[in-house]
Write a protein that binds this ligand. Structure first.
Ligand SMILES: [Zn+2]
Length: 251
């Protein structure tokens, strides 16, 4: 089992990271994709991989963290890509729900991430909120079709477009309590699905409202298996393979 989207660099894990990782291993989570959301936390993801080799770093600036200096910081983000352990670019995307900065500024920063992903041939980890159509439009313009729409929250029709472009769909704790996510998940092909916790955010139903952590990943897979009417082993096998293909993992 692979947690394809997690933020262990979040201060909420400062006091008990070791225990969190032990519980993840016990739950059979074999590796965790650890995603930065600004320059500092992107550096942290790499530093953490020095200590724990099953944490895989992803670097980028989240649209909700966009600040005046963000575009200039992309040079420093690019420098981090020279570390061969970096396996993706993100968390990037567009957030029209929180709208902390203008849409134009978010789109510029998103395009900068796409260019970086292209240059290093890395997948994009894409965050969207009320912005899927614009994200699809920009990716089509930029002609870069490698990555995942994480915590997928759009319609089935949008999901179909995303899959037709060759992108994967990330599902996490929201699947266990959102009817919309469940209905979309029922219809999409497993060959385009990745699972994630997005810890410390968006815990699944049994821990809703609490801090999320990678050891809750089996709950999400079990739920997914019941929705699809398939054995959980099959769900795990297919989606692990998807993650291995997208992130070129050798595990
Ligand atoms: Zn995230």
């Amino acid at each position: 089992m692979i947690d394809t989207h997690c933020h262990l660099i979040d201060p909420q894990f400062n006091h008990d990271l070791q225990k969190v990782l032990e519980r993840a291993k016990k739950a059979r989570v074999k590796c965790i994709i650890n995603i930065g959301y600004d320059l500092d936390t992107s550096r942290d993801t790499i530093r953490m991989s020095d200590e724990y080799d099953f944490l895989l770093p992803v670097v980028g600036i989240h649209p909700n963290e966009l600040a005046e200096e963000s575009l200039h910081q992309m040079d420093a983000i690019e420098e981090l890509c020279n570390d061969r352990r970096v396996i993706g670019i993100g968390e990037t995307g567009l957030d029209y729900y929180r709208n902390y900065s203008t849409r134009a500024a978010q789109q510029n920063l998103f395009r900068a991430h796409i260019n970086l992903a292209r240059k290093y041939n890395l997948p994009l980890i894409i965050h969207t909120r009320n912005s899927i159509d614009d994200a699809i439009g920009i990716l089509k313009e930029e002609k870069y079709h490698k990555g995942v729409f994480h915590c997928y929250s759009g319609t089935y029709e949008q999901a179909k477009e995303v899959m037709d472009m060759g992108f994967y769909l990330g599902f996490g704790g929201v699947l266990t309590f959102s009817r919309n996510a469940r209905e979309v998940f029922t219809r999409v092909s497993l060959d385009f699905v990745l699972f994630e916790t997005d810890a410390p955010f968006l815990a699944p139903a049994s821990h809703r409202g609490q801090r999320n952590e990678p050891s809750y990943l089996p709950e999400i897979l079990n739920f997914a298996a019941s929705v699809k009417g398939l054995p959980v082993e099959r769900i795990e096998e297919v989606t692990d393979r998807n993650a291995q293909i997208l992130f070129t993992l050798r595990i």
